[in-house]
Design a protein. Structure first.
Length: 242
């Protein structure tokens, strides 16, 4: 988890303090018992919640649907989620040490912007399969933008842009390296074409066309996002040959 644990825990603790409820003492001579109040003012809690939401989205994806909403107090859901997240932050290193190898972690936020921008909203609500599909659509759209085409998409688009053939009118190519006539040039572009076809035929199509599929486990969805991130970097870094 690529996050500043100490900072995140401080933000969560500050929110928990501000949103804590208490019963203030009655004013002298008051007849009606005092009602519950929060320790902080409403503006203070709202400002703190803006940061806490982002921490929760990173530490507990899907918390908005998994932590119950309390109609009596809008901040109770946030408080429970913040308490859960704090436990995760405290014990994450311990859990990783005892349950598996302390291997490098993949951060979706560090992937190519096309991929994470496309996936982020759905990912944060726990819709991992739909998030991968949205990322695939974004990479397709940005590739169309690079070569100025709308007549083809997905597999057919990448077969065209990574073709080793010379560009034709209305059919620009994306070059990952200069065409020096070498086996390397042919191998790189053949591989990019095959990789793109695999991403769309093997990941995007099943995710979007099969009804009743169970939700993807988060780690599998992250691996699929990483595949589209590789493709996006190739497209974004390529030279357009028209």
């Amino acid at each position: 988890m690529t996050i500043n644990v100490a900072w995140a825990r401080t933000q969560l603790a500050e929110f928990l303090t501000l949103s804590e409820t208490y019963v203030p003492p009655n004013e002298p001579g008051a007849i009606v018992a005092s009602r519950l109040r929060n320790r902080g003012t409403q503006p203070e809690i709202v400002a703190s919640a803006q940061i806490v939401e982002q921490i929760l989205d990173r530490v507990l994806p899907g918390w908005r649907s998994s932590v119950p909403v309390h109609k009596s107090n809008r901040w109770l859901q946030y408080r429970e989620a913040a308490q859960r997240a704090d436990v995760v932050l405290v014990r994450e290193a311990e859990v990783r040490e005892n349950l598996g190898e302390n291997a490098p972690q993949i951060s979706a936020a560090a992937m190519h912007p096309w991929v994470w921008d496309g996936a982020k909203a759905l990912w944060q609500s726990g819709h991992f399969r739909e998030a991968v599909t949205a990322a695939a659509r974004k990479v397709n759209a940005e590739t169309q933008n690079r070569v100025g085409r709308r007549d083809v998409s997905e597999t057919a688009l990448f077969q065209s842009v990574f073709s080793k053939d010379d560009p034709k009118p209305g059919q620009p190519r994306l070059r990952l390296m200069a065409d020096d006539g070498s086996d390397t040039f042919r191998s790189v572009h053949r591989g990019a074409m095959a990789f793109a076809e695999g991403c769309y035929a093997g990941i995007r199509n099943p995710n979007s066309h099969e009804d009743g599929l169970p939700e993807l486990p988060e780690h599998e969805a992250l691996e699929q996002l990483a595949a589209f991130s590789v493709l996006a970097r190739w497209v974004d870094g390529a030279t357009v040959s028209a």
